[in-house]
Design a protein around this ligand. Structure first.
Ligand code: NIG
Ligand code: FE
Length: 423
């Protein structure tokens, strides 16, 4: 009797169960000479080959050898701004000549310049550009991605961005979660009247977005160049009334008390956190809010202040990592590159880094059905041509991904390129 649809063997499994810090656990929750099997879109069996209840051929319709490849949960990029028009390479040059990210934003560049190019783009153009960025993530084993709006800052363009996100979701074999970031910055039309814009976000934009069922969560940029904690709290109240969970761009450039504010509203995550204060991290620990670290943004903006990682570790705040892919502070379309940056810039261990793009990234999106290789979890996983899982953080620019399974379906298989000739 064949119980399972697919069975992969001759594999090493990084199940990512157990906490990285617990010395008694096998690092990465690793299982050598492992087997993973699926029924429909779920994982049906994970374990040592020696523990299989029968011969593989008697258990599954299809049996595939992975020739000693590693298997990890499908990677999760839990903070991106993949949908936007244009780019900001010119600002990159200005910053290299000495201007700061904040000065450029105060002059009306920064996010506002991408708002102009996004307003000028059609839904089809936005969808095509985002699809190509998502393709890069997917080729590196990303099976779940969060995408924010926030470069429209008017109802029409915010809805256009959210429709583009939905169109990207329709063609992606994995999962897309949409986040409404209408409060990314104060648009030009409301210069000097930020509270009037907050009214528009709360009473006009959010109700339309909710009515159309276009967002899974609400985000705000709480910062001295964007929204105050009081304005952020008003938007979070409106989100709460609409039964949407919140996330926060918190304490990136200065300490705005963002970490504590996020915790007060039971946020799924507080992101960036370079300048977060100690009581704020304590509050996050109590609220179960995930810290999403964005080393791509820290690197690209030359930030010299690392986020409070030791404190997150000691208080048990889960640490997730993401690309923050956006045209201004992190034009990154490689989550593997982010793993490397997290280890080199923030001194995360490779195991913490991998947890940050699997189980803890799932937590940052409020998803409990993925991020580990366990029976009953969604069958999202990636195959890797590596000898040990730390290689995922080690290589800079290599892509050892051999294949991706999304919801039990083998959706992407990449033949490693070969050089001919004698070796
Ligand atoms: O996460 N900090 C706010 N938002 C983005 C940057 C957006 C931009 O510069 O276009 C971030 O870093
Ligand atoms: Fe961001």
């Amino acid at each position: 009797m064949l119980k399972w649809d697919e069975l992969w063997l001759d594999a090493h499994l990084a199940t990512m169960t157990g906490a990285p810090s617990e010395a008694t656990d096998e690092p990465y929750g690793a299982i050598s000479d492992g087997v993973i099997a699926t029924v429909g879109d779920r994982i049906a069996w994970v374990g040592h080959r020696a523990d299989l209840p029968a011969q593989p051929e008697h258990l599954a319709r299809n049996v595939t050898s992975l020739n000693s490849a590693w298997v990890t949960p499908g990677l999760i990029d839990c903070h991106t701004h993949l949908v936007f028009g244009g780019h900001r390479a010119g600002e990159f040059e200005q910053r290299l000549k000495g201007e700061s990210y904040e000065t450029i934003a105060r002059r009306g560049g920064g996010i506002l310049s991408t708002v102009e190019t996004t307003r000028a783009a059609t839904e089809t153009e936005l969808t095509a550009a985002a699809t190509s960025r998502l393709a890069s993530l997917y080729a590196e084993g990303v099976t779940t991605v969060e995408i924010k709006s926030g470069y429209g800052l008017d109802l029409d363009t915010e809805l256009r961005m959210l429709r583009a996100i939905r169109r990207v979701a329709d063609i992606f074999p994995g999962t897309v979660k949409a986040t409404f970031l209408g409060a990314h910055t104060v648009p030009r039309e409301y210069e000097g009247r930020p509270d009037d814009y907050v009214d528009v976000v709360c009473h006009q934009m959010l109700p339309q977005v909710v009515k159309a069922g276009m967002a899974d969560a609400v985000d705000v940029f709480c910062e001295r160049i964007a929204f105050t904690p009081a304005q952020t709290a008003r938007i979070f109240e409106a989100a709460r009334a609409a039964h949407l969970r919140v996330k926060l761009h918190a304490d990136q450039l200065s300490d705005s008390g963002g970490a504590a504010l996020a915790a007060r509203f039971g946020a799924l995550s507080a992101d960036h956190l370079e300048h977060a204060n100690q009581p704020g991290i304590q509050a996050m620990a109590q609220a179960g809010t995930t810290a999403v670290l964005l080393p791509g943004a820290a690197y690209f903006t030359h930030s010299t202040t690392p986020p409070p990682i030791a404190q997150c570790r000691s208080l048990g705040v889960p640490i997730a990592l993401a690309t923050d892919c956006n045209p201004g502070s992190s034009p990154a379309t490689s989550l593997l590159c982010i793993l490397n940056l997290a280890c080199t810039l923030f001194r995360l261990t490779p195991e913490e880094a991998l947890s940050g793009v699997t189980r803890h990234a799932a937590g940052a999106l409020g998803l409990s059905d993925r991020g580990t290789l366990e029976v009953g979890q969604r069958a999202d996983f990636a195959f890797w041509a590596i000898n040990e899982p730390s290689e995922l953080s080690y290589w800079m620019g290599a892509n050892p991904c051999l294949g991706v399974v999304c919801g039990g379906r083998n959706t992407l298989t990449r033949q490693p390129p070969t050089l001919t000739g004698s070796s």
